[in-house]
Design a binder for this molecule. Structure first.
Ligand SMILES: [Zn+2]
Ligand SMILES: [Zn+2]
Length: 123
């Protein structure tokens, strides 16, 4: 496998296997365990490339986070611990998403972020 393709597949496989929505820094540290000589710049470039190609999602939080699950789903972002949780069943019956139509046009994808305090931090 070509070096670049291999590096890209390691990044993508890592993202597909976690549900933590890691930051670029976290991705870099994880990928470094498999490819010790990879540079931070390379990992950042791969992430940007995967986002551009819509293979992963970028979540704009305080620091950008990445999601290997490209399906439509909403996120709950804890403002205290910064953990990001998936809300898969969000708005299942919401009329806008059911009909995929709004007054101004048709919806083909969506991004929704909720911000709050997670259960762990509320204890
Ligand atoms: Zn929390
Ligand atoms: Zn997600």
């Amino acid at each position: 496998m070509e070096r670049q393709t291999f590096q890209k597949s390691v990044v993508l496989n890592y993202l597909k296997g976690v549900y933590t929505h890691p930051s670029a820094e976290t991705v870099y540290l994880a990928v470094k365990e498999k490819i010790p000589n990879i540079s931070k710049g390379t990992v950042y470039r791969i992430l940007k490339n995967l986002v551009d190609k819509k293979e992963i999602k970028e979540i704009t939080a305080e620091v950008s986070r990445y999601d290997g699950d490209n399906s439509n789903h909403a996120h709950f972002i804890c403002q205290i611990c910064n953990n990001i949780h998936d809300l898969m069943d969000f708005c299942k019956d919401c009329s806008i998403l059911k009909n995929k139509k709004t007054k101004v046009g048709e919806i083909n994808k969506y991004t929704v972020n909720f911000y709050g305090k997670c259960n762990k931090c509320s204890k």
